[in-house]
Design a protein around this ligand. Structure first.
Ligand SMILES: [Mg+2]
Length: 299
């Protein structure tokens, strides 16, 4: 019960494109061998947990099952099942979202849905038009996550569920409610899944706006790894700060294997970088940092 459990983001933490990041395979093998509680936490609402088991197996990580994954699609289904169990939904999304809604017994409705649910994917213009119509008639707008864009390759991205929800917000004048990270409800439900095994949980992620913000807001440790969307020079731009920063999960594995717990900003990765001084362009006009190549992942 005293063992620390982990919520692990996937893209930018475990893999990038179709390659495992250094130490990722070893970290998961160690967590499985030592029966350490952990859960993959992803805002990608396209895959089902079984799809993710296969994806990681193909990348070289075996021994996982569907119970090791919690997606923003599952979080959306959990939220609606708790808030409005008899609701119906018109869905702009893929297999992961449809499967999660089906498991929560939330039926599809293309005549008078209580909700329009937006997930990741590329719906037809006709379907988007239908969604607009239903919202105008009173359906509530929900999105599986607020990500405006999602990484495809290091220099390629695709529009995310947040971008499509923003489109419908603009066309209808209604505001969407966003599940997934950083909504504390995502962390609350994920944490509850680990609750029987541990009370102490650390989130490990690469994105400040989702992984780190949500962890801080629910009051768990937030470990930023620098193998994904955030560079060390970006950290000072944010009002919320990670509780530790690591170069990658290889460093996390070393820490878990016995170099003592990193509970504060004591990582060697940070030793040459003073986080306490504001570093962002918003605070430091004399030597501005290079502009970000992309907008923030969420608003
Ligand atoms: Mg990520």
């Amino acid at each position: 019960m005293n063992q620390r459990g982990y919520l692990l983001d996937m893209d930018g933490v475990i893999y990038r494109e179709n390659h495992l990041l250094p130490g990722a395979g070893e970290l998961i093998a160690h967590l499985l061998e030592s029966a350490t509680p952990f859960l993959f936490l992803t805002n990608n609402s396209v895959p089902t947990p079984d799809d993710l088991v296969v994806k990681l197996e193909r990348l070289g990580i075996g021994g996982l099952n569907a119970r090791h994954f919690y997606t923003s699609a599952m979080n959306t289904a959990d939220f609606l099942a708790e808030m409005h169990p008899k609701c119906t939904a018109f869905v702009l999304g893929e297999a992961g979202l449809n499967a999660a809604l089906q498991a929560a017994r939330i039926p599809n409705d293309s005549m008078a849905p209580s909700y329009v649910i937006v997930g990741e994917g590329t719906p037809t213009t006709e379907k988007i038009g239908k969604a607009h119509e239903f919202i105008e008639k009173g359906a509530r707008l929900i999105a599986t996550n607020p990500d405006y864009w999602c990484p495809v390759k290091s220099d390629v991205s695709r529009p995310g569920a947040g971008a499509l929800a923003a489109y419908l917000e603009a066309s209808t004048g209604r505001r969407a409610y966003y599940l997934g990270k950083p909504n504390p409800y995502m962390f609350f439900r994920a944490r509850r899944l680990l609750h029987r095994q541990t009370h102490e949980v650390m989130m490990v992620g690469d994105t400040m706006e989702t992984d780190i913000r949500g962890a801080i807001e629910i009051g768990i440790q937030a470990c930023l790894v620098l193998t994904g969307s955030t560079g060390i020079e970006d950290i000072g731009d944010y009002v919320y700060q990670p509780t530790c920063v690591m170069s990658g999960v290889d460093e996390l594995l070393e820490e878990i294997k016995g170099k003592g717990r990193t509970d504060r900003l004591s990582s060697p990765t940070l030793s040459s970088f003073n986080l306490r001084k504001p570093q962002g362009t918003k605070h430091h006009s004399e030597s501005p940092l290079p502009r970000r190549q992309r907008p923030a992942m969420t608003r």
